[in-house]
Design a protein around this ligand. Structure first.
Ligand code: EPS
Length: 395
């Protein structure tokens, strides 16, 4: 069984964020331009704050790649923080604190500040917030951009968009995934419903005026995944469980649902489960007549689209700060005001695409793994053939 895994490192105002992706097969063509495009998509979105005017993210692949192809060795990637220039003294790895240093001692309700301070014994909560920051997601998007290139070789595509911000919800319509993508990409809030886009932007403007922040819901759809990724045999091999973990690990994400999700609680079984059909003309022979389950049954992909949504809470850095306590003096204070975004749900949709792509790629490599792209290709072709034969049995 081959394993694809990654680690990220980096503080928000340190020199860089770093990702190491291990377990990639050799011979995968990687385009730097495609990684940079994903990084750029993550930076966009109406509602971002001043930081995104400073950063212009670009990847530097520093190991594992030669002449544009993976070697099979760990792929290390770096995204530099331009803002580091302004934080060199405050974030100096070797010496300090600098003379004008002021510790961050007023934790923001809803942020990692206080729980992290208590857990690690930090008296300057910057030691927590720097790593808790969603800046880290630049590294995850770089990883996602690489594995998407692997998935694309096997006809698997991942799309992310925003479905709701601040209570303004996109109407589903009957759009094809391609139409949705085109519209979401053209939208400043990554929403495919042009009418609701204006309402969302107005809500974000209003939140900014009021010193508020806004959350919302994003959706990720995986197209072209074969049946049988993940497994029913053990809890930590279930594809939906892994995707849920990945999405919940994105900063400020509070919930995840697949297909009908929480709406399953309000319907009888006959309106929840997807009936099964067979048509030798379909890619996998067997198919579901509906996709209420969101493309995963028993922890395994069914061959239908995988549809998952996540909810992001409003960011906890408020310009209209909530009540808190200074951790040194214990005096009640308004929480510390830090520069931040008003809404980052459009960015979260891009991060969600990346982490879902990673989980699907990890399950794919686990099932079809080999040391080279050719070997994975052979294994995948063998499985496709086996599925065709499975469908023809008894016919
Ligand atoms: C973030 C706070 C803001 C965001 C940041 C995440 O940064 P700063 O504190 O420097 O103003 O802009 O997001 C990014 C830097 C990014 O690349 O997405 C936070 O506290 O999570």
């Amino acid at each position: 069984m081959s394993t694809l895994r990654y680690l990220t490192a980096g503080e928000s105002h340190g020199p860089q964020v770093t990702a190491i992706l291990e377990g990639l097969p050799a011979g995968l063509e990687i385009s730097k331009a495609d990684i940079d495009l994903e990084l750029k998509r993550r930076q966009a979105g109406y509602g971002r704050g001043g930081r995104m005017k400073i950063e212009s993210d670009e990847v530097d692949v520093v190991s594992g790649l030669r002449f544009g192809r993976t070697l099979g060795s760990p792929l290390a990637m770096v995204v530099r923080n331009r803002d580091w220039e302004n934080w060199k003294d405050e974030m100096d790895p070797y010496q300090g604190p600098p003379p004008r240093h002021r510790a961050f001692t007023r934790p923001r309700p809803g942020h990692a500040d206080l729980a992290g301070g208590m857990k690690y014994g930090h008296e300057d909560l910057r030691n927590v917030l720097e790593r808790a920051s969603a800046r880290e997601t630049a590294a995850r998007v770089a990883v996602g951009a690489v594995v998407r290139q692997l998935l694309a070789r096997f006809g698997i595509d991942v799309l992310g968009c925003v479905v709701e911000i601040g209570g303004e919800r996109a109407r589903d319509g009957q759009m094809t995934p391609a139409e949705r993508r085109t519209r979401a990409e053209a939208s400043e809030v990554r929403v495919y419903d042009a009418e609701v886009e204006g309402a969302i932007k107005a809500k974000i403007d209003e939140a900014r005026r009021k010193g508020e922040t806004l959350g919302g819901v994003f959706e990720v759809v995986v197209l072209g995944a074969p049946p049988g990724l993940g497994s029913h045999v053990h809890w930590d091999r279930k594809l939906d469980a892994r995707i849920a973990l990945a999405l919940l690990s994105i900063q400020a994400v509070k919930g995840v649902e697949f297909g009908l999700g929480f709406d399953c609680a309000r319907r009888p079984g006959s309106e929840v489960h997807d009936e099964i059909g067979y048509d030798p003309g379909r890619p996998w022979g067997f198919f579901r007549t509906t996709n209420r389950g969101g493309g995963i049954e028993g922890g395994m992909s069914t061959g239908e689209e995988i549809v998952v949504r996540g909810v992001m809470k409003p960011l906890s850095t408020l310009m209209k700060p909530l009540a808190s306590v200074d951790i040194r003096t214990k005096e009640p204070f308004r929480a510390q005001v830090e520069r931040s975004d008003v809404c980052a749900v459009p960015a979260a949709a891009v991060v969600a695409e990346a982490v879902v792509a990673f989980e699907v790629a990890a399950a794919f490599v686990e099932k079809f793994g080999g040391d080279s792209m050719e070997e994975i290709g052979r294994n995948y072709e063998g499985y496709r053939k086996a599925l065709r034969e499975y469908g023809l049995k008894g016919a």
